[in-house]
Design a protein around this ligand. Structure first.
Ligand code: FMN
Length: 214
């Protein structure tokens, strides 16, 4: 098993990426690659690993789904009482990593994080399936549960509470965060590990992309 991991090598054949192929800013570059990832059938192409600074100073990571990407940044939704939210409240910075492995691509975003407005969170919550809305009410995300039965009892209680209600309101402890880009990097796998990497950083009011050694 360990030998097969050690010897596993995939040649990353791709057309490569040069500075002239890049979009002028990281958001447009993400949109361009996202569209290609979707067409290529990548699994969960909007999934990103969000890394935060733990309350104990150690890095902490988990996947979330990007639910809106605009010139202002990357929006995602979660429980405001969760571990990640506590970490973002204490240190409002994060790194997000998208990987589109079928295309041998990754894109890293580093930036600052702000809470979405209640209006934005309400609007997104309203689009969620009823079962997910009940889940948001039922699950005290990141807290210790005695067993699975406790979670199921909480879901049943939420279901009973909203039994006669058509429109389930958003719980105040559930909503969105937005990651605004300070720096970004795109990575395209190439043969012989001579990959193409470009870092976007801001110089005055413009984005500059520089090639980095792989
Ligand atoms: C593909 C994928 C997508 C996920 N999307 C979300 C999401 O959008 N929001 C969320 O709160 N958790 C999402 N999760 C669960 C988180 O990874 C995590 O377990 C949860 O948010 C608790 O994290 P925390 O304790 O660090 O706050 C997702 C997990 C996976 C594997």
């Amino acid at each position: 098993m360990s030998d097969s991991i050690r010897d596993r090598r995939v040649q990353y054949e791709s057309d490569g990426l040069d500075v002239g192929d890049l979009q002028p800013d990281p958001i447009r570059q993400w949109q361009h690659w996202y569209a290609q990832a979707e067409s290529a059938g990548c699994v969960e192409p909007n999934a990103m690993v969000i890394s935060t600074i733990g309350l104990d100073g150690m890095p902490d990571s988990r996947y979330v789904l990007a639910r809106g990407v605009t010139a202002d940044g990357f929006a995602f939704y979660t429980n405001y009482g969760s571990a990640k939210s506590a970490e973002l409240i204490a240190s409002p910075v994060a790194s997000a990593l998208f990987t589109w492995l079928q295309l041998h691509r990754q894109m890293k975003i580093r930036g600052t994080v702000t809470r979405l407005s209640a209006t934005e969170s309400d609007a997104y919550f309203a689009t969620r399936p009823r079962s997910s809305q009940l889940g948001a009410w039922a699950s005290p995300q990141s807290e210790v549960l005695a067993d699975r039965a406790e979670l199921e009892a909480r879901v049943a209680a939420a279901d009973a509470r909203f039994a006669g209600t058509d429109v389930i309101p958003r719980p105040v402890n559930w909503g969105g965060w937005r990651l605004s880009v300070v720096e970004a990097e795109v990575w395209q796998g190439r043969p012989s590990r001579l990959h193409d990497r470009f870092r976007y950083r801001r110089v005055d009011d413009a984005w500059v992309a520089e090639r980095l050694a792989p």
